[in-house]
Design a protein around this ligand. Structure first.
Ligand code: 5GP
Ligand code: MN
Length: 336
């Protein structure tokens, strides 16, 4: 996003506007952090700002929204009209309107100017203003740079800082993924200067588990299957298995990463039967050069980043896994 575009956005925001902020479906720490961080920033200027999430988000992220202002499209029929009436819509942490399911029709109907802020590969061309940088650690880091470009660094208060810190922390695997740069650490340093407690944020997100969630982790780890000779491993969880551990949204987040902690494993996948829709949710992770964004796109029509991607499958759990194992064979050269 160049200075001309920033100036246009600034001019547009020089009067009170109806603004809607949209994270992707099944929002994670980065999507919620970016949404609340941006809202708390825009709230400095007296706009009318709504965050509308396509569906419910996990409990361990609720602390970022203490006043319960995030509206859930799935649960609130007033959301559709709010999207249609908006003058400016920010789409955060995704770059293709398919990632917001049914909400996309309302976004298309609206006359609002669209601003994309996102760090995923292969952006679709739907936004009036596109801030897309696949090399960035997280959308939260980009929100920081956006506020900086707007000349408003001094507006970054504790509320904004906490949200952005949480999103950068979760999307970088606590600052360990290769996407974490020197600049990421500089941003983190500036956020910490506002006086927030990074240990409190860590505790909110990682040390706030229900007992059943830890048991589900234990069960999942006991189910890891290693594909001999392909340096790959996978976990599958059926609806029945998830139900046994009183599954709630977000409970399986992070489990797939344990696969990568096994010596020599380059590619780890988790398959989960969805509760509400007849689909399998797939999360893919890799270490090093193996590109799971490409794999996910080619094999399942999904996407994401080089080392972390996602997809859905409409086959049964068993068929999805068989199809995956079959597809894996043609990637042998890249995996060994
Ligand atoms: P996760 O596995 O944590 O759900 O997602 C990993 C990465 O892939 C995230 O950056 C997420 O936005 C992206 N992603 C997750 N699911 C999908 C999907 O169904 N399609 C696409 N294109 N990307 C996805
Ligand atoms: Mn992200």
């Amino acid at each position: 996003m160049n200075q001309i575009e920033i100036d246009k956005i600034k001019r547009f925001l020089s009067e009170k506007r109806k603004i809607v902020i949209i994270p992707h479906k099944n929002p994670d720490g980065d999507a919620i952090g970016a949404s609340t961080g941006l809202k708390y920033y825009l709230d400095h200027f007296n706009h009318n700002v709504e965050i509308i999430s396509p569906n419910q988000f996990p409990d361990f992220l609720k602390w970022m929204d203490p006043n319960n202002v995030i509206k859930i499209f799935d649960e609130d029929e007033k959301c559709a009209q709010k999207i249609i009436d908006a003058e400016l819509i920010f789409t955060l942490d995704f770059n293709n309107l398919v990632r917001i399911s049914a909400m996309k029709d309302h976004v298309k109907k609206s006359n609002a100017k669209l601003v994309m802020i996102d760090h995923h590969e292969n952006p679709a061309d739907y936004a009036d203003f596109m801030y897309s940088e696949p090399n960035m650690s997280s959308t939260c880091e980009m929100i920081y740079h956006f506020i900086e470009k707007m000349g408003d660094i001094d507006k970054i208060d504790k509320n904004i800082s906490r949200s952005l810190y949480a999103g950068i922390m979760t999307d970088t695997g606590s600052f360990k993924f290769p996407s974490t740069t020197e600049l990421t650490h500089q941003v983190i340093s500036n956020l910490l200067k506002t006086g927030i407690s990074h240990s409190d944020i860590h505790n909110h997100i990682y040390d706030n588990n229900k007992f059943e969630r830890v048991q589900l982790l234990s069960y999942s780890l006991s189910k890891i299957k290693v594909v001999e000779n392909l340096n790959t491993c996978f976990i599958s969880l059926s609806r029945k298995e998830l139900d046994k551990y009183k599954y709630e949204k977000g409970d399986t987040e992070g489990i797939v990463n344990y696969g990568l902690s096994i010596k020599n494993i380059k590619f780890a996948v988790i398959f989960m039967e969805d509760f509400n829709e007849n689909i399998i949710k797939i999360s893919l992770r890799s270490r090093g050069d193996f590109d799971v964004n490409e794999f996910s796109k080619n094999i399942f029509g999904g996407g994401g980043h080089k080392n972390a991607a996602g997809a859905i499958s409409k086959r049964s759990l068993e068929d999805t896994i068989n199809y995956f194992l079959e597809s894996l064979k043609s990637y042998e050269k890249l995996l060994i």
